[in-house]
Design a protein around this ligand. Sequence first.
Ligand code: G3I
Length: 407
Amino acid sequence: MGIVILFGALIIALIIGSIVLIFIRRYRKTGIWMLCTLVSLIILTAVYVYFPRHFKRNYLQKEHEWSGLAFRRYADSLNFYIGAIPAGISLSDPRFSENFNSVTPENALKMGPLLKDFKVGEYDFSQADMLVNQALEKNLRVRGHTLVWGKQADMFKSPDLRYWLENFPEGERSSILQKAIENHIITVLDHFRGRIHVWDVVNEPMSMINKGKLENNVFLKYLGEEYIPGAFQIAHSADPDLKLFLNENLISYTDKTAGAFLKLVKKLKDNNIPIAGVGIQAHIGSRRDTSVADLRNFLEKITSMGLEVEITEMDARLRLFSGADDPYEAQGKYYARILRTCLDIPLCTGLTFWGFSDNRSWEDSMSVFFPRPNEPYLFDRDMNPKPAYYHVYKTLKLEHEARKGSL
Ligand code: G3I
């Protein structure tokens, strides 16, 4: 993301420079030539990046030995959580409840959607209760996502806590925010007590832009770094039986941000903060962050601290596999490698896909950053199982048989 911003700034600087040259008689021709070249480059790049690509769905012509079979039973036998978000699918649909044993509500448990008209301190749990109760009817584990997320409670978001705090004198804002977030955590955990046993207490504390730094959100501004351990302590006091996770979206598992994140986790652990695990989102948006070896090393660094780890928001855009003979097959094999990696690490207890079918993908709603086709999930836009489905099925089935054989 940082490189994209730098490149964008360079292009803008060159365009401004060429326009300035045009206004200097002596350099007018050079300026016009520069501007035309830059504009042509931008148009050609945009056409290449955004030109719709269509990949042949070879899997529709193939017979699959496992068609019509489901993989939840294997995950259950492994005491492993294989999950998805209920995007465009009902939890009572067997294609969900017979394949997955875990569900993460995409938005229903976030601060904004739980607040009535986004008013701080006023709650409407009706939508969330419907979803959570439906999950429990299907004996699905619910991942609570998420109690404290600076990026979604800040400027121009709902709720916009930074704007809300301006109703109060500057000197009182920190204590008012502290009380508000305490009330939020306690209210939500009390409401779902006994129904949700694991929560992403803090989501995405790291900055996506300032490498190695914490996100400069409203919580950091008014409460300092202590907002992170503080949230865990409030959650633990509210319900000591909960598994409390820190959830993060890392683009690389070897850069400064990854290193700083590990230091943050270690500091929480060393200070006896009640953290049970770490969620690694694994949104694979660009070719750079597709290294399974780096992911394995990173997951093992976390579990070496005695913490659980879950892959919490898995998706790998189809376009990243455009160089393969069959991108759908390559995507499936990639997911199989990620799932295999998690199954090989005893404290890696779950993998959740951040979608169900290609009909609904958060990347499609941000296609300026994620040019289509994204098509990241296990079912295609017509709800056909994709190779990704069969590779997940096969990986879980083989692991089940291997462990059964070793008993
Ligand atoms: O429901 C309202 C609707 O009433 C309103 O008309 C519309 C107008 O904007 O907004 C709708 O809410 C949107 C919501 O998704 C439901 O569609 C929010 O604006 C939009 O910001 C929200 O986006 C979600 C995003 O998190 C921010 O909360 C995405 O669906 C969701 O996939 C995405 O998921 C995040 C994880 O929570 C954390 N990790 C990254 C991941 C992808 O960004």
